[in-house]
Structure formats: structure tokens, C-alpha cells
Design a protein around this ligand. Structure first.
Ligand code: NDP
Length: 477
């Protein structure tokens, strides 16, 4: 079997490899991917450092052309790359193709941003002096990504990093190297100079740690768990380095008595269970007012009954497998915790067998949960959702905000007053009205508050806040 190698200083290198396993069928090896070492990472960082001066001064047209070419190739290969994604991560084929299209759109967007780079010229408060405000690239950006969006998250970090003139060392999650390898290959062939983009696949504790330990990495953008994010933060402060963290969530969806029941159920089913609940923006807490509670639970349970859990590649599958055995154990452990805490298991909770050996779990719904239970406070990151009954809107809002996290929040209501109040008072970075808490646009800011995020927002033109450093220059006329 071919070994998909690391890209360091423009060369494909590495012979040690790890198997990429399909969670829908654990007998299937998706591919063999290089297992990078500390030495590989140091070489990649050195290559990125050496490539920085020339790339930071490269013309915006060159950056535009390369990013556009990459976006076009990803779009042209959306079905093939989507299938690779579905096989390595386990989200359904339509979801995986949708994510691939999004990655292409992100490259298109930043290809455009490269042509829109601009500064400001403003008058000084002193006579005969001009002031210019410009943005400089940071230098070498370390990119560390999680397993749940194997093509979109790498795209939304690599595209702006390159667009603004930085060089990159990229470490994808060890569980899903396939799509990362593919987009690095695409960018390499699109004409990036040697060393501008380096890929080091391998373990977080080895490759990721070597990036954190290097004084030559001038910025780190990280998406993953809150625990690892804190390590990234501590190491970055040590090196006086800029860092950006996107981490976990325990996102609430409020359902009010006046909600359109169909809209509320669709939004809850989508945000709680699609992509196997493995989205940072998934809503795992459904906060439902008394008047609609029983009707809502009955309709949602009926909907869950109709959802097909099966191989991600099979037509008709609504929910693919859990990503791996470790995550499956976390999910089933939390189901046990929920039972012991006194929540009522209203649906699911059991493992399922299918034609092929895979990590299949029923969508699981707890009712009679309280917001103080561990299943309501800690991120599970699987298809496990709790319903919390509340008296009225005020209690719903207070419960929604009573969480250590603050990524996204939703409300299902037909009341303009409550929708408006919720948008203003939700302590989340992204707020959805009558929509799932997951599912966002690629051209506007993405990110959260509290333990969910740290640093500037990702995506859209706001991405410049992280990937550049502002310079103010004064000139005597
Ligand atoms: P992890 O924190 O386990 O891993 C994230 C990345 O960090 C992986 O590439 C991992 O490598 C790497 N890593 C692990 N240890 C270290 C280390 N010591 N030094 C440097 N890097 C390290 O998260 P998961 O991959 O399990 O992803 C799930 C989490 O991601 C959830 O909490 C989810 O909420 C969050 N997430 C947040 C999003 C957001 O935008 N807020 C979006 C998507 C996910 P390896 O896996 O190879 O060990």
C-alpha cells in the first residue's frame, strides 16, 4: 500500500506510517499515512522560517492564483474527496460532500481577500505628519486541527494564513489525515514555493508538542478540546507567541411554548444528532418550556425513530458511526452517567450492529435532566442530548447561559420579542433563531466565548485579526 508522506521543504518524506481506519467498517484501511517525528517537525518549522521572507513579499496576484486554483480543484473533485472524508471520519456522504464544497468556497473567498488587502492612511494629530496603518503577516503559523471537520477546518486556517503572507506548518488530527494530505497536495501542485506550506502528520503528543515548544513558530491556531487548548495557551505564553483557540461547546437550544413545532423538532434533530453529534456547534441541551415540553419530546422521539444509523457511504443513512472506539466509550460512559444521575432515557442508548463492523450508536435522548447534571455540563461530543424542562423564557435564558461554554446557542420561537431579547442576551459567539445551532456561513466570523474560544474570530474578513499584525507608520511630510 502507498504511504502518503509528509511535505517538508517542498519534498514528500517519511516512511513510518499509521493506518487510517474506516469507522463504518473497521476492516477497511483507508490508507497509510506518515507518522512524523520531532525531527520532522523541526525540519518543517525551519523550512517555513526560511520560506517566510520571500512569501511575505510575494505579489497578491500569485497568492490569489494559487488559492483560486486550489479552490477550483477541490470543487472539481468534491465527490471523490467527499467519499474520502466519509470513509475516514464517518459523517454521511452528503454531509461530507457538503463539507468539501465548503472547503472549496473558503479557498475562493481568501483568493478574493488576497486582492482586497488594504491599509489606512489617516491624518496625524500633529502638523505635517502622515500616518499609515498596514497589516504585516505574522511569520510561521502552526496549524493544529481536530478530527471532526477533516477538510473544512484545515481549509479555514490554511487559506487565510497563506492569503496574508504567512508560511505554515500544519498538523492534522492523527485519526483523519486523508483529506489534509489531499488539500496539501493540491496546494503544492497549484504552485506554492518550497517550504511555504509544510505538512507533518503524526501524534499530537509528538508533532503538536514540537510545534508548541518551538520559538520559531510565531502564531498557533488550534481547534480541538478545551484541555489541549489550555496546553497550547500555556506554551504560547511562554514563547510570547500569538495564539487562537477554538474549543468545545455545550450549546443550548431553547424551545418556547410559541415555537413552530416542526421547525423546532427539525432544528433540534439536526443540531443534536446529524454528523453523529460530533460538531462543536451541536446542541446537546434542549431547554424546553412547560407548555410545549411533552408535545416536543413526543415529536422529537418520533423523528429519531425514523433516522437511519448505518455505514456513512450507504444511500439513505442519516447518521454515520462514531469516529472511533475511544469516542464511543466516552459516549456510552456518559449514557451510563446520565442514567445514574437520574435522567430518563427517552430514546436510544444502545450500540447497534450493522453489516460491517463499525462504531454504531443509537441517537440517545435523555429527558427530565437538570442543568446541574454532568451530562448537561460536560461536552460529550456524540449523539447524546438532554432535554431540560423550564417554566418560562426567563428561566430558559438563564439556563442557556449557565454553562462554562459559549460557542453557539439557538432559540425556536415565533415571538419577535423573545428572539430579539435572546440574540442580545445569549452569552454565545453565534446565535441562531429557528435554525439549528450548527451550520454556519463561510464568509462571516466564527467563534465563541468563555471556555469555547480564545483570541480573534476565524473566517471571513475577521480572520485578518489573527493572521496579521497591525503596523502604524508615521512620516514627516
Ligand atoms: P484534541 O484536543 O484531542 O485534539 C486536537 C488536536 O490537537 C489534534 O490534532 C491532536 O493531535 C492535537 N494534540 C493533542 N495533544 C497535543 C499536544 N500535547 N500538543 C499539541 N497538539 C496536541 O481534540 P479532538 O481532535 O478530540 O477534537 C474534538 C474537540 O474539538 C471537541 O472538544 C470539539 O468541541 C472541538 N472542536 C471545536 C471547534 C470549534 O471551532 N470551537 C470545531 C471542531 C471541534 P492527535 O489527535 O493527532 O493526537
Amino acid at each position: 500500500m502507498t504511504i502518503y508522506q509528509n511535505l517538508i521543504a517542498g519534498e514528500w518524506v517519511g516512511s513510518d506510517a499509521t493506518k487510517n481506519i474506516n469507522p463504518s467498517n473497521t476492516n477497511e484501511v483507508v490508507g497509510l499515512y506518515a507518522d512524523g517525528s520531532t525531527e520532522d517537525t523541526k525540519n518543517a518549522i525551519a523550512a517555513a522560517k526560511a520560506a517566510f521572507p520571500a512569501w511575505s513579499r510575494s505579489g497578491i496576484w500569485e497568492r490569489h492564483v494559487i488559492l483560486k486554483k486550489a479552490g477550483d480543484e477541490i470543487m472539481a473533485r468534491k465527490d471523490e474527496l467527499g467519499a474520502l472524508l466519509a470513509r475516514e471520519e464517518g459523517k454521511t456522504l452528503p454531509e461530507a460532500i457538503g463539507e468539501t464544497i465548503r472547503a472549496s468556497q473558503i479557498f475562493e473567498f481568501f483568493a478574493g481577500e488576497a486582492l482586497r488587502l488594504a491599509g489606512e492612511v489617516v491624518p496625524s494629530v500633529r502638523p505635517n505628519i502622515g500616518v499609515e496603518i498596514t497589516r504585516d503577516p505574522l511569520g510561521v503559523i502552526g496549524i493544529i486541527t481536530p478530527w471532526n471537520f477533516p477538510i473544512a477546518i484545515p481549509a479555514w486556517k490554511i487559506a487565510p494564513a497563506l492569503c496574508y503572507g504567512n508560511t505554515v506548518v500544519f498538523k492534522p488530527a492523527e485519526l483523519v489525515p486523508g483529506c489534509s494530505w489531499a488539500i496539501v497536495d493540491i496546494l503544492h501542485r497549484a504552485g506554492l514555493p518550497k517550504g511555504v506550506l509544510n505538512l507533518v502528520m503524526g501524534k499530537g503528543s509528538v508533532v503538536g508538542q514540537a510545534m508548541l515548544d518551538s520559538p520559531d513558530v510565531t502564531g498557533i491556531t488550534f481547534t480541538g478540546s478545551t484541555g489541549t487548548g489550555r496546553r497550547v495557551a500555556a506554551a504560547s505564553i511562554e514563547h510570547n507567541r500569538k495564539f487562537q483557540l477554538e474549543m468545545g461547546g455545550k450549546n443550548p437550544m431553547v424551545v418556547l411554548d410559541d415555537a413552530d413545532l416542526t421547525v423546532a423538532v427539525e432544528a433540534a434533530a439536526n443540531s443534536g444528532f446529524f454528523s453523529t453529534g460530533q460538531r462543536c456547534t451541536a446542541s446537546s441541551r434542549l431547554i424546553v418550556t412547560e407548555g410545549i415540553h411533552d408535545k416536543f419530546v413526543a415529536a422529537l422521539t418520533e423523528k429519531l425513530n425514523m433516522l437511519v444509523v448505518d455505514d456513512a457511504m450507504k444511500p439513505g443513512t442519516h447518521i454515520g458511526p462514531v469516529v472511533d472506539e475511544k469516542q464511543l466509550k466516552t459516549d456510552t460512559d456518559y449514557i451510563e452517567i446520565g442514567r445514574k444521575e437520574g435522567a430518563k432515557l427517552a430514546f436510544g442508548g444502545e450500540l447497534i450492529t450493522r453489516e460491517t463492523p463499525g462504531f454504531y450508536l443509537q441517537p440517545t435522548l435523555f429527558t427530565e435532566a437538570t442543568n446541574q447534571m454532568r451530562i448537561s455540563r460536560e461536552e460529550i461530543f456524540g449523539p447524546v442530548v438532554s432535554v431540560i424542562r423550564v417554566k418560562d423564557y426567563d428561566e430558559a435564558l438563564a439556563t442557556a447561559n449557565d454553562t462554562p461554554f459559549g460557542l453557539s446557542a439557538g432559540i425556536a420561537t415565533t415571538s419577535l420579542k423573545h428572539a430579539t431579547h435572546f440574540k442580545r442576551n445569549s452569552e454565545a459567539g453565534m446565535v441562531m433563531v429557528n435554525l439549528p445551532t450548527a451550520g454556519v456561513d463561510f464568509h462571516v466570523p466564527f467563534g465563541g466565548r468563555k471556555a469555547s474560544s480564545y483570541g480573534p474570530r476565524e473566517q471571513g474578513k475577521y480572520a485578518a485579526e489573527f493572521y496579521t499584525s497591525v503596523k502604524t507608520a508615521y512620516t514627516l511630510a
